[in-house]
Design a protein around this ligand. Sequence first.
Ligand code: PRP
Ligand code: URA
Length: 205
Amino acid sequence: MLHVIDHPLIHQELSMARAPKTSSCDFRAAVRRIACLMTPRVCENLPTIPQEVETPLETMIGKILLRKITLVPILRAGLGFLDGFLDLIPHASVVHLGIKRNEITLAAETYYAKLPHDWDQREVVVLDPMLATGGSAISAIDQLKKAGAKNIRFACLVAAPEGVRAFEAQHPDVPIYTAALDRCLSQSGYILPGLGDAGDRLFDT
Ligand code: PRP
Ligand code: URA
């Protein structure tokens, strides 16, 4: 299921990030703030369990998360999206997945994967600013499911309708949260209107 997070503060930051004159430093800061603004929505229905809590005055039943949150940034651009999530969920684990799309074929190629084995007790949020053809996100989730992950959601900044369709066809059980659903993909696989190459803009390369 696709969730487009429609919020004035996100629109403001994303408009700034899209502009080509925005510096890398300002782009990185805007992406971080958008990730912060998205976090409560991305995590809104995570299961909780009751837990007894002592206040200075009495005992009450509070709630804690049922499963530990694991953030999975897809390198490299996912790293720029990670910080804002960690700002609000500092206790999250972080699992890195290196996936690069081939510039000619656009096929996703994995170059780094260090996956733990204990996925049963984890709530997984896969992070990548861009969902273009969907190849990178689909490959990431294929690998996580193969490793045993079950409770997975995917968060991005900008999605293309083509990528959303491909993703939902492969992983209908994984919700997608995005700050924007753009118009389409260009012939060379870039999102239109998009924001250009997210990795290059984040890291000034
Ligand atoms: C970008 C982006 C996604 C991918 C999206 O990464 O960060 O991972 O493209 O495209 P897709 O949906 O068509 O797979 P890229 O491969 O350019 O690598 P980078 O993050 O190292 O720049
Ligand atoms: N990856 C990017 O960084 N930008 C796009 O528009 C598509 C893929």
